[in-house]
Design a protein around this ligand. Structure first.
Ligand SMILES: Nc1ncnc2c1ncn2[C@@H]1O[C@H](COP(=O)(O)OP(=O)(O)OP(=O)(O)O)[C@@H](O)[C@H]1O
Length: 359
């Protein structure tokens, strides 16, 4: 098994997918449906790793393999170096105590109070009442809901319900937290507060977080590492900053195109052609990082290339706390102008991507 250099070695990984395939029997059809095809991926201990992909790409199937809710058709899933496929019932129960999970629709029991919901995994594990009290109270403090301990889920907001879901997932002191679209049912502000809580838990408890989401904002805000899954295969992976600033696979680009600042104005997007005709202008995305992001780039660009450079879109943003900028410019494709532009890009260490050509 070999992983890219950005990934931890199997020994440093909280979770390893080693050549995992998952086929489902297709009812009424011959053969089987391949939901995952030879997936190899290592999730670094202490990381917040995101798995992104379109609907039906295989994200839920992948995450459900980690706590044994699904079994691989071939290959292995290792959690803390233990082969999940080799566990008997007792082994699976132990595994599920060391792997917490939170869900899009919270999955709280409506007949139990907040306290009762968080206490449930401990009751199932046979922990005595006093130890349960001693564990649940600080967890409710951690998620900021100590005053709601006697309330029922129906009396809570979505964000509060997810906080209870998080407290419940942490009750058995897991080393790994799985998050299945945990913020997808929440408004942006509540999403932000839940992400802050996940970051705090990751930093303070050293918990590894493996999350699946279709929300690129979530991945950008909270993950250190990301893998992109498409039709059951991992098509791109790496540190989130690198993948988001240099997306290589077409699926990654498509997923990222919805992020604010990535979208071209409609009028430009409509007129974009893949090849240049005479008199066209090239539309180029420039990405810049670190010190470059702080320089007066636009005025230097216009000075170097000429006043015929148009600024079409631009954004300064942060990924995982690291600043970066993105600027979309258009300029004439004659040899002299493009030569000046390319020299400027190289001299300034800008990453460029030709998006197309417009009249
Ligand atoms: N139990 C099952 N039986 C048959 N097919 C299944 C089963 N579970 C999942 N699939 C199929 O496997 C593929 C991957 O599903 P999965 O739920 O993992 O995708 P996903 O990326 O999580 O999608 P979404 O974002 O829509 O939840 C889908 O085509 C789905 O229909």
């Amino acid at each position: 098994m070999t992983f890219p250099s950005s990934e931890p070695s199997a020994g440093d990984a909280a979770v390893v997918f080693d050549g995992v395939s998952k086929r489902f029997a297709a009812s009424g059809e011959s053969g089987a449906f391949t939901a995952l095809n030879n997936v190899s991926l290592a999730v670094g201990r202490g990381s917040i790793t995101g798995i992104i992909g379109r609907s039906g790409a295989g994200k839920s199937t992948l995450i459900r393999l980690v706590n044994g809710l699904e079994k691989p058709s071939s290959g292995k899933v290792l959690v803390d170096a233990v082969d999940v496929g080799g566990l008997d019932e007792a082994g699976l129960r132990n595994l599920r105590r060391s792997v917490g999970m939170i869900f899009q629709h919270f999955n709280l029991l409506s007949s139990r109070t907040v306290f009762g919901n968080v206490a449930l995994p401990l009751e199932i594990a046979g922990v005595d009442r006093r130890a349960i009290e001693a564990r649940v109270r600080p967890l409710l403090d951690l998620v900021g809901l100590a005053d709601k301990h006697a309330r029922y889920p129906a009396e809570l907001s979505g964000g509060q319900k997810q906080r209870i879901g998080i407290a419940r997932a942490l009750a058995t002191e897991p080393k790994l937290l799985l998050s299945d679209e945990a913020t997808s049912a929440l408004d942006p502000e509540t999403t932000q507060s839940i992400l802050e809580l996940l970051k705090r838990i990751n930093a303070e408890l050293g918990l590894t977080v493996l999350l699946i989401t279709h929300e690129m904002e979530v991945v950008k805000a909270v993950t250190s590492d990301v893998a992109v899954i498409d039709k059951g295969e991992i098509v791109e992976r790496g540190h989130t900053f690198d993948v988001f600033t240099h997306p290589k696979h077409e699926t990654t680009r498509a997923l990222l195109s919805g992020l604010p600042g990535s979208k071209l104005p409609d009028a430009v997007a409509r007129g974009l052609r893949p090849a240049a005709s005479a008199g066209d202008r090239a539309v180029v995305r420039l990405t810049f990082f670190g010190a470059t992001a702080e320089r007066p780039l636009i005025s230097q660009l216009i000075k170097s290339v000429g006043a015929e450079v148009n600024i079409i879109a631009g954004t300064i943003d942060e990924i995982g706390g690291k600043p970066y900028g993105s600027l979309v410019v258009a300029y004439a494709t004659d040899a002299e102008t493009s030569g000046r532009a390319e020299r400027f890009f190289t001299e300034n260490g800008l990453v460029t991507e030709v998006l197309g050509y417009v009249a």
